[in-house]
Design a protein around this ligand. Structure first.
Ligand code: ZN
Length: 109
């Protein structure tokens, strides 16, 4: 019997994991494991155990290159990693198009 919590939990887990929040990811993975365990579903238990392992061993914060491209956005124009090449900073990101634009602006000053 498919469990509707699984997909939802996995999506939440992936978001937490990719945004560099392994503690939240771990909590979600444990929740998934407990639900699977309650259902006596060994296969799903294994899946969530894998996610628990991955959460525990995740570097904190995750290296920038492991953050999903779509989750990152240019802080200036809002483009994501699928629309332009992004450079991630500590508090802000910038895309290749904005770098060019700022470069042009600076040249004319
Ligand atoms: Zn931009």
């Amino acid at each position: 019997m498919p469990n509707t919590y699984d997909e939802e939990l996995y999506k939440l887990w992936r978001t937490a994991y990719q945004s560099g929040d392994p503690r939240r990811a771990l909590a979600l993975a444990i929740a998934g494991y407990l639900i699977a365990s309650e259902d006596h579903d060994d296969m799903r238990e294994e899946v969530f155990l894998g996610l628990i392992r991955q959460s525990v061993t995740a570097p904190n914060p995750l290296p920038r290159e492991r953050v999903g491209l779509v989750d990152l956005r240019c802080s200036f124009c809002g483009r994501d990693g699928t629309e332009a090449q992004l450079v991630a900073g500590a508090a802000a990101n910038i895309c290749s198009q904005c770098v060019v634009q700022i470069g042009e602006t600076m040249k004319h000053k």
